[in-house]
Design a protein around this ligand. Structure first.
Ligand code: SF4
Ligand code: SF4
Length: 117
């Protein structure tokens, strides 16, 4: 199967999950600890874990999210995003959402993804 073009990838414009859930990950993933996630965009949670800045606010929005959710949102650190973001809703970029994806989209007034076909 050919990968979807960026235009067909629903995640490219959506970004609802980046403005819905806490994003916690190991400190080892920070650039200052030898990983790739920019440390300036994260806050410390414990000695071993940290969180993307803004994702624990009453109205969560990751500090790395650029644009408007559901319109033109995108991750400003896509190549360097932490592991939870890489693992979230793995089929969504193909247009197949899961329960967490659907919850995030509903929170922002967007319909759930439907399988193609
Ligand atoms: S995984 Fe779901 S909620 Fe997240 S950007 Fe993609 S379509 Fe939107
Ligand atoms: S790092 Fe990128 S993919 Fe992860 S929550 Fe933030 S904006 Fe979304």
């Amino acid at each position: 199967m050919n990968p979807p073009s960026p235009r067909d990838n629903p995640c490219v414009r959506c970004g609802a999950c980046c403005a819905s859930f806490r994003v916690d990950f190991a400190r080892d993933e920070l650039d200052e600890a030898g990983g790739r996630v920019p440390a300036g965009l994260a806050v410390e949670v414990t000695e071993h874990t940290c969180r993307m800045r803004g994702t624990d606010h009453a109205r969560p929005r990751c500090a790395a999210l650029v644009g408007t959710v559901g319109v033109d949102a995108r991750c400003g650190i896509y190549e360097w995003r932490p592991s939870p973001c890489r693992e979230f809703a793995p089929w969504a970029s193909m247009g197949v959402g899961d329960e967490a994806c659907a919850r995030a989209r509903d929170r922002h007034g967007l319909p759930p993804l439907q399988p193609p076909g």
